[in-house]
Design a protein around this ligand. Structure first.
Ligand code: SAM
Length: 303
């Protein structure tokens, strides 16, 4: 259950979902032929010491008798990795990772020299991440600027105070974020990103399932997984299901050029052979879940 202004650390509430997805990145990274490598993910899981995710790390859940990975979190991670690398190659000199959680892209990716990477999340989540990486003497590969602020508050002021330059192109990401925001906060997030985006900016978005699809997926997990990947928490209970703009439509209406892909499309692009899954699960892979949007001068919309 969510409340106005609720806060969390890495082992409570919404913070635990960041630990969960880090666990899934650690599992992907440990495969013999991983889609992505995130060597920091396992460090976070061990440092947090949360029993369920330690167990998942040792003994991953199986679905329809097959391991949860490959591809489960690797596809999503690789999509956003490639998005950032292509956005900075196209000229974006700064990146903003909204709701960064335990995202270690500032430490993992080969950023062009001088790229500034802003990471927004709640204070205790960023404190945990900074502490673990400092304990392991890990240095970022970009100019990293953590911005501890709630995305329901005046985050643009905090971001500009941390050094964002709204006059140059920015690469933005909203990965695993939107359903955790109330509808009004999501709508204002998009307005604010538009206001802060100079021509040349790019925005990658993971869209939320409809509430019916989210509920259906929770049931399917219970039916097919031998143990629940998220343990006792049900992330969909932390979601807001209130009205909000459709991200693809909104971006299109505001002058962005939008491309949408589903997990099945990514699997085929990245050459991942998915295990044979029951049909009702298979359908979940078809949804156009990931958006990649470009805002270019002359794209015609109101900006
Ligand atoms: N993007 C990261 C990733 O994919 O690894 C983390 C995803 S995790 C599922 C959700 C993240 O959203 C958490 O780190 C949480 O703290 C953050 N988050 C959710 N609502 C937020 C808010 N109102 N303000 C700041 N961060 C928020």
């Amino acid at each position: 259950m969510r409340t106005e202004g609720d806060a969390w650390d890495i082992v409570t509430g919404v913070g635990l979902t960041a630990l969960g997805v880090a666990t899934f990145r650690a599992l992907e990274s440990a495969l013999p032929d991983p889609l992505i490598r995130d060597d920091y993910a396992a460090l976070f899981v061990r440092a947090a010491g949360e029993p369920h995710f330690l167990d998942i790390l040792r003994d991953p859940p199986k679905i329809a008798g097959r391991p949860l990975v490959p591809g489960f979190m690797g596809l999503r991670t690789k999509f956003f990795d490639e998005f950032f690398l292509s956005a900075v190659a196209a000229g974006a000199g700064q990146a903003v990772i909204l709701a960064a959680g335990l995202d270690a892209r500032a430490y993992r990716l080969d950023w062009p020299a001088g790229t500034v990477v802003f990471e927004i999340d709640q204070p205790k989540v960023l404190e945990f991440k900074d502490r673990v990486l400092a304990d392991h003497a890990v240095a970022p590969r970009a100019v990293r600027r953590p911005v501890a602020v709630d995305l329901r508050d005046d985050w643009p002021a905090a971001l500009i105070a941390a050094g964002l330059n709204p006059d140059t192109a920015t690469a933005w990401s909203a990965e695993g974020l939107l359903p955790y925001l109330p509808g009004a906060a999501q709508d204002s997030l998009f307005d604010r990103i538009r206001e802060l985006s100079a021509p040349g900016s790019r925005f990658a978005v993971e869209t939320a399932p409809t509430s019916a699809a989210a509920g259906n997926f929770a049931n399917l997990e219970a039916k097919y997984f031998d143990k629940n990947p998220f343990g006792e928490i049900d992330p969909t209970e932390l979601f807001y299901h209130d009205e909000r703009a459709d991200p693809a439509q909104w971006l299109h209406d505001h002058g962005w050029t939008v491309q949408a892909v589903g997990s099945a499309d990514l699997a085929s692009t990245y050459g991942v052979t998915l295990p044979e899954l029951p049909e009702e699960l298979e359908q979940q892979w078809q949804r156009p879940r990931y958006l990649s949007a470009a805002y270019d001068a002359g794209s015609g919309g109101p900006g």
